[in-house]
Design a binder for this molecule. Sequence first.
Ligand SMILES: [Zn+2]
Length: 140
Amino acid sequence: MTAPNLEQIIADHAARYDEDLTDWLACSCGEWRIDSEQLDYSGDADRQADRAHAAHVVAAIRDSGNTVIALPKPHGRWAEGPEWVQGANLADRSGWVTWTAEGAGMVMLQRVEPGELTPADAADLGAALIAAAQHAGDTQ
Ligand SMILES: [Zn+2]
């Protein structure tokens, strides 16, 4: 797996404030800026600007073909290792199961039939596979 160079992408989109820190916030890429007139000063305007810039940086990461996902915690344990189960339903076990044994250095996938994954199912399975792969690599 190719590790994305997120550090470079984030460095290319550093926040730049005006001298007084009051008039505008811009991005070092030159393609994004928010002016003080665009902010709602009834709330926390600085946080609004920072959140808007953070959304711009996240969009830049996505536009680069990368993504950041939250890896799921194992839903339980089976035999000698953690397992991830579709829908986190350990009792049902009708969907996919991803499993790895401590120290085995391998990941097992069960119950995935051709054409049965929705996009959301595929994303969940992908996150579970990455979590299992990291666990397998860490315990090898
Ligand atoms: Zn930028």
